[in-house]
Design a protein around this ligand. Structure first.
Ligand SMILES: C[S@@+](CC[C@H](N)C(=O)[O-])C[C@H]1O[C@@H](n2cnc3c(N)ncnc32)[C@H](O)[C@@H]1O
Length: 293
């Protein structure tokens, strides 16, 4: 029996009709950014008012199904920081950190102001305190001019500058899913490394991770490998089919094992990052998540 569930359709419809309260422990919220992109199954050119009203309903719906102390990571463009923070606050979430995800590619030049070099992730919880927060330690290369080697890495802070985005061109590497002509299947595919950090920080093995705008299913593919249950909703059936395929046959480029070393200074790593033997036990014991029927 699988630990993941893929639902095809509009996440708001599901969120409005579900009464499975308290079943989700962690949500990654990566909605379309309303930039008039050519999406087949949703309107990416809403008025600001309509868009933020919709996001408020989504945040409210997620809060309703989240366990006490559960977490949300809401990713957006930096220019929308103000709206993201008020959207979370007005729907009852408590902000814990505003994370800067600093891009590794060149900044986008903007005339008359500074170039754009980051995206935001607002990390918030249901209630004042997180039920789970694992303090991860990583070991990035020492900055130039540092005098002393580190003995045991450093704690992850609210600036994430070590995660490569999957932009166009060669930099997207193998991880970006492509069609037979080499075109990217989905331009907004998130990196596995980003979801790895979020899931490791804010959940335990056996918890349920939710992604209402699942896209190519990066959240589910990462959660599955970490022994978390997962639920993804995606409006485009072609994407939903891709998620199923990606989960059934985990590609080398999606395999999280290559990141293990990077986190090896984390005190409780073996408790939060299941090896394959632990994964088998969880698989055998866990039930299909009951959320959304
Ligand atoms: C920014 S992308 C998410 C990408 C994802 N993080 C990944 O790693 O592939 C947003 C996705 O939400 C989907 N979508 C748009 N409106 C939706 C809705 N109302 N309900 C569910 N999915 C929706 C789009 O088809 C798109 O695939």
């Amino acid at each position: 029996m699988t630990k993941y569930k893929i639902l095809t359709g509009n996440c708001l419809d599901y969120l409005k009709k579900t009464n499975s309260l308290g079943e989700v422990d962690l949500t990654f919220l990566d909605p379309p950014f309303n930039q008039n992109k050519d999406y087949k199954f949703h309107n990416d050119n809403l008025s600001d008012e309509e868009y933020w009203q919709m996001m408020k309903e989504v945040c409210q719906g997620i809060l309703n199904i989240t366990s006490d102390g559960g977490a949300i990571y809401f990713m957006q463009r930096e220019k929308n920081t103000e709206q993201v923070l008020s959207c979370l606050r007005e729907t009852g979430w408590t902000l814990q950190n505003l994370i800067i995800w600093k891009k590794k590619t060149s900044a986008v030049p903007v005339p008359n102001k500074f170039g754009k070099h980051y995206q935001i992730l607002a990390y918030a919880t249901k209630g004042d305190k997180a039920r789970v927060f694992n303090r991860l330690r990583i070991s990035p290369p020492l900055p130039a001019n540092y005098k002393f080697e580190r003995e045991n890495g450093i704690y992850v802070t609210d600036v994430w500058d070590d995660i490569r985005e999957l932009t166009s061109g060669y930099f997207a590497g193998d991880e970006a899913i492509r069609d037979k002509n080499g075109e990217r299947f989905h331009k907004q595919q998130s990196p596995i490394a980003l979801l790895l950090r979020i899931i490791l920080s804010s959940s335990q093995i056996g918890d349920t991770v939710f992604d209402p705008f699942a896209g190519t299913g990066t959240t589910l593919v990462t959660a599955e490998q970490l022994g978390r249950k997962s639920i993804g909703i995606e409006v485009d059936p072609k994407n939903a089919e891709m998620i199923q395929n990606r989960l059934e046959d985990i590609r080398d480029s999606d395999n999280i094992e290559k990141y293990y070393e990077e986190y090896s200074y984390t005190e409780n790593l073996s408790k939060i990052w299941n090896g394959s033997s632990i994964k088998t036990v969880i698989k055998a014991k866990s039930k299909q998540p009951s959320l959304f029927g």
